[in-house]
Design a protein around this ligand. Structure first.
Ligand code: 6PG
Length: 246
């Protein structure tokens, strides 16, 4: 399937980027609800994911959203007990997700070692829940990007990238702590309607340029391996864009 070329939108700084993403999110949720009844959004950990959620609560149009018609997922989660301050969902909750008034049944968290038998069992159960909701196609997947070009918990040269026939995969020996994680697979993420990369800071400039290079290889730069079926948006600040050639 041919996919639209990525669109790159450059904002002056981290805060204006977060505010613009917050506004886009409200619009994307409204559009998805109008088209399909419910909106399905996969969130990301990292500072930009949380900053964007914090901005949603300041968007004037947010009251137009039916927050009960909204399912939230995570592209990846650190395999830690519920409520651990290092979990992506805990950080997203604190940033603003917890104040949107979502029904807990619509917030699909990855089980940690406090409730799952193993990280493999957690990944399998999470994948099954995604399948049950028919969420082969998220409306939007948010992805932070690491300085090494990783997205979700799919790291360069890591075997988790090669998972096939699975929605979610257990990740061991992540180069970024904590070492054990659960990640959606490329196969799952590629079914998303829209993929948004959220990137700020000059420490990301090399990764952004590498991911957008025509010869980029997913094995080396995982962020280069994902595109939405309807849109791929690189929402970045000037510092992160500093190595792109116009
Ligand atoms: C994790 C984080 C991580 C993060 C990126 C970008 O699980 O360790 O989710 O993958 O999304 O490193 O982070 P920043 O937005 O903070 O740069």
């Amino acid at each position: 399937m041919t996919r639209p070329d990525p669109v790159i939108v450059i904002h002056p700084d981290r805060q204006s980027l977060a505010d613009a993403i917050g506004a886009r999110l409200v619009t994307a949720i409204l559009d998805a609800q109008a088209a399909r009844g419910r909106a399905q959004l996969a969130l990301t950990g990292g500072s930009m994911g949380s900053a964007s959620l914090a901005s949603v609560s300041a968007v004037a149009g947010r009251s137009a959203v039916d927050w009960s018609g909204f399912d939230v997922w995570w592209g990846d989660e650190r395999y830690l007990p519920a409520g651990d301050p290092e979990r992506n969902d805990t950080q997203n909750d604190a940033a603003g997700l917890g104040r949107l008034g979502l029904h807990p049944d619509h917030v699909h968290r990855v089980a940690g070692p406090d409730t799952a038998e193993s990280v493999e069992a957690s990944a399998a159960a999470y994948g099954e829940t995604v399948r049950e909701h028919g969420t082969g196609a998220f409306d939007v997947v948010l992805l932070g990007v690491g300085p090494d070009g990783h997205v979700a918990s799919l790291f360069p040269h890591h075997p988790a990238q090669q998972a096939t026939d699975a929605v979610a995969v257990a990740v061991h020996d992540s180069p970024k702590p904590p070492p054990v994680r659960v990640s959606l697979t490329f196969e799952c993420l590629r079914r998303s309607r829209e993929v948004w990369f959220l990137v700020a800071g000059d420490d990301k400039a090399v990764a952004v340029a590498a991911a957008l290079a025509p010869e980029a290889d997913r094995w080396d730069v995982p962020a280069s391996g994902l595109a939405g079926s309807e849109a791929t948006r690189w929402l970045i600040d000037r510092a992160a864009a500093s190595r792109l050639h116009s």
